[in-house]
Design a protein. Sequence first.
Length: 367
Amino acid sequence: MPTQTPEEQKQKKGSESSAPSAEGPMSLEIATWKKIVSEYEKPSLARSVWQLVTTLSLYFITWFLIYLNFKNEGSWYMFLPLVILGAGLVVRIFIIFHDCGHNSFFKSKKLNHWVGFITGTLAFTPFKHWTWEHSVHHATAGDIDRRGVGDVWTLMVDEYLALPKLQRLGYRIWRHPLFLFGFAPSYMFFVRERFPAEKASPSNRKAVMFTNLALLCMLCLGCLIFNSWFYLLIQILIMSVAASLGVWLFYVQHQFEGVYWERHEHWEYTSAALDGSSYYKLPKILQWFTGNIGFHHLHHLSSKIPNYYLEACHNSHPAFARVKELTLFGSLRCMNVRLWDESEKVLIGWRRLREIRSEREAALAVH
């Protein structure tokens, strides 16, 4: 009997659990949503090839324009829009890579693997190793007791208060927007992704090594074409911007006001998908660059839906439309959440933490 992936185990657990609460979109019955999403789980070869070809073409055209500007000794300010454009296209390339990791971009598993390897190299991410970590994320998203792999480090209020002062300071630094969306993304893609995780299998460790070799070849080829180290500078700038954008997207997908988090014994699949993942409603141009990943609630409901069918699936049932929207400007408030308050079942910021500490101290003083 073939071994189930973490995500398949997650779906089985959700199917066997008790019926969801009658409140909100999570009340959608298991049989109902499975029937709805099944209509969108079949990838279109034509659409996948078109998306891949157009995205990669625009990416390499951007690099060609950067090369022309460099050879003609163009002004520095001319590079800025090209770097931003290149970063946006890397994000879109990553979405294709991401779909390949779920085997949802093509019907062929082998084709998903090879396209995933190529796009992963362009995005500085080892395909097989990342796919393994990401499957754990899908199997544990919203489950408080299974935090720690493929998610943003988030402590419970009591966990934070129990830490020594120095560790509290480290956590505060980690959760600061300048660190979380500035330094951390570049570190993750340039450094962390170059090494396998401690629990990685031998095949996943080899996958990291092969990606590193492919990446080295790509960087050397770029330097030869430009005949300058300038290529590396531009590549670092493009990837740094893309990494920050990507981490921001991932962050707001699971760290927002009203998000669903539960202890393992109460965790439920449909609720974790529809209320534990955001519907990030972006302007159409940003929706294009981010490959519809703003419909993240549906992606977690069924990761087999190709990115180009997510919007159609969202519009196919009223329950999906009732999912709370997270707008571009509204998402900025997500930067203020720092900890999970289990008593209220909400993400809170430092101000609310101070209030909680004061309330607890006052209660102790009374007793």
